[in-house]
Design a protein around this ligand. Structure first.
Ligand SMILES: Nc1ncnc2c1ncn2[C@@H]1O[C@H](COP(=O)(O)OP(=O)(O)OP(=O)(O)O)[C@@H](O)[C@H]1O
Ligand SMILES: [Mg+2]
Length: 293
């Protein structure tokens, strides 16, 4: 099966700059900042924000950063500093179109739940949404603890704790409130910085592979650049070898990475990138932040 097949499945996910829709044209927009106040006297108060405030995870939402396909990113403040709050879309506004490719191979033991999800009932959509949020937390924790360059998750590691923040994911803001880190796709890099960023991006993909993961949407659109460090973001759809699409997703990631780096003057082919990733995956990884038992 070729990567072209995946391109068709994920048609709006195309990492090639010339073919990827910009956030400006994506509709409908996520909830606006004005509706996100946690003020209980405000009839428009957003219930997720109220809940996050009540739970003590945030004090306030500072600004809307970016509205994407699946979620809207906000800058917020919490007890441990600046927070990136990723608020997944209202169920009605989400298509769940891309989910299938990534979820293939997953076993759902609860038959009624499996039926609700397949039938896209409201309950089924809620379960899919919650699954997506919880997968993002679980992956962030796994990668963070293993020492990879990802934002630190700010709720958890117990799934009991992070399940309470659905449909939001809270993680540390990379950059500052005034200057959140740009994505590598929009960063201006000198030639030596571009080479350094490329090396880190390839190493990041290799670090994921060593742990058994393909990112599934790996390109400069999901890599942040801050103080000469690359940070991998957007990890809900990480897949393992249990997914029959694993090899295709991995190949597609390598192609997307190399294509999206062309604007920085690098022209490694997708094939060569994949070989380099596989070679590095056999080498040493980062030091774990937490020693797992
Ligand atoms: N920890 C973070 N620190 C700073 N900015 C972040 C962080 N996480 C995400 N962002 C910003 O928020 C944007 C959206 O995040 P993410 O890619 O996870 O969501 P998405 O809905 O998949 O968006 P897209 O459709 O653009 O891929 C990113 O492109 C990035 O600009
Ligand atoms: Mg993204």
């Amino acid at each position: 099966m070729s990567a072209r097949w995946l391109d068709d499945e994920l048609d709006n996910e195309d990492p090639r700059p010339e073919r990827r829709r910009t956030s400006k044209t994506r509709k409908p927009l996520g909830r606006r900042l004005a509706t996100l106040t946690a003020d209980p006297d405000d009839g428009e108060a957003d219930d997720t924000i109220c809940r996050l405030t009540d739970l003590g995870h945030i004090h306030e939402v500072v600004a809307e950063l970016k509205s994407g396909k699946e979620a809207t990113a906000y800058v917020a403040r919490g007890p441990r500093g600046s927070v990136l709050l990723k608020l997944y879309r209202d169920l009605e506004a989400r298509s769940f179109k891309r989910d299938g490719v990534y979820r293939e191979g997953q076993v759902i033991l609860d038959e009624r739940a499996a039926r609700a999800m397949a039938g896209r009932t409201r309950r089924g959509l809620e379960m899919l949404q919650a699954g997506w949020v919880q997968a993002e937390y679980a992956h962030l924790w796994r990668l963070w603890q293993a020492g990879l360059s990802v934002p630190e998750p700010l709720v958890g590691p117990s799934p009991y704790d992070y399940a309470q923040t659905t449909p939001a994911v809270l993680m540390r803001l990379i950059g500052s409130e005034d200057h959140p880190a740009p994505r590598l796709s929009e960063a201006a890099l000198a030639p030596d910085q571009a080479r350094d960023a490329w090396g880190q991006a390839v190493q990041g993909m290799a670090d994921l592979l060593r742990l058994g993961y393909a990112h599934g949407d790996y390109s400069t659109y999901n890599l942040l650049w801050w103080e000469n460090r690359v940070t991998i973001i957007d990890v809900p759809q990480l897949t393992t070898r249990h997914n029959p699409n694993f090899a295709d997703l991995l190949r597609r990631d390598a192609e997307s990475l190399s294509t999206s780096f062309r604007r920085h003057g690098l022209s490694q082919s997708g094939e060569a990138t994949l070989r380099e990733v596989q070679r590095r995956a056999l080498g040493p990884g980062p030091a774990p932040r937490v020693q797992l038992p």
